[in-house]
Write a protein that binds this ligand. Sequence first.
Ligand code: HMG
Ligand code: MG
Length: 309
Amino acid sequence: MRQPQLEPAAGLPSDVTIYEVGPRDGLQNESVIVPVEVKAEFIARLITAGLPIVEVTSFVHPRWVPQLADAEQLVDLIDLDGPTPLPVLVPNERGLDRALEAGVAHIAIFGSATESFARRNLNRGLDDQFSMFEPTVARARAAGIDVRAYVSMAFGDPWEGDVPVDQVAGVGRRLVDLGATQLSIGDTIGVGTPGHVTRLLEAFAANGIPVDQLAVHFHDTYGQALSNALTAMLHGVTTIDASAGGLGGCPYAETATGNLATEDLVWQLHGMGVETGVDLPALVETSVWMAEQLGRPSPSRVVQALGGT
Ligand code: HMG
Ligand code: MG
């Protein structure tokens, strides 16, 4: 299978951690419910392809996200004690109880930078979300569990429009103060552009949050995800979220489409000499297989280009 010609680019980290969200962010938005055995195989293939961390499912209310209602069955089918961390989304203490009972060792909470999305996604106001997260994070940290925290609608909100960068960084600051170990800045509806990425990273720095505590999570709705990821890396971000085959979206944000495709990111990084540990042919094969399971082609350009080879 073709590989990019290696031509190193200046100003980039030597290696990047790809935080794979396909099984969670990808499959939560599928209209069909994928059988639990297929999800388990998808995760196993992603691990074999070298993804260093794979977010596998959500312990949210099953009525809110029926696509992931099989979270307990799924984690029973996968190896939570292997070397690859397999985090799950947890919104509250009830979700944490379920995750702890299932033997999960890594969790991610998901906060909103806006009032509208906090209400739609968490059934809470902007300020009230923190009272839900506070005991969840405290108990997880006391149990020795790392807590990633998403900040959604960081670049724009479908109901409120523009979102001030200081408001986003302020939400991030509050999540770090609660004990979150990593923040993932989420462009839930994919509207951000590179200058906006720079401003937002500056706002986080001004709020005392070091760049090594940050990850970026771009949806590709407006075709900006790869440029935005490159911008973030040029500013020192070394954890980039991506979704195999470009699956993804959010059922509570209608304008959210697929995430940055992992293959497209890997092609760019390997071409520039940035290490990821990912086996691109194995990953492409995985996405081709997953597209067959879902009955439609992958939106990833690299999967489209290489999938038949
Ligand atoms: P609520 O209705 O306000 O919950 O929902 P509640 O606390 O009032 O409890 C009501 C009932 O739900 C109770 O049961 C609870 O036990 C139960 P009852 O006593 O009535 O029998 N309950 C639960 N059951 C199972 N698991 C739970 C749970 N919690 C409560 N965890 C809640 C609040 C947060 C639960 C709900 O709004 C919810 O589940 N939201 C999830 C939405 C979601 O998953 N969205 C997609 C993920 S976010 C995303 O995709 C963005 C991201 O990718 C980043 C980006 O792109 O920006 C991360
Ligand atoms: Mg997302």
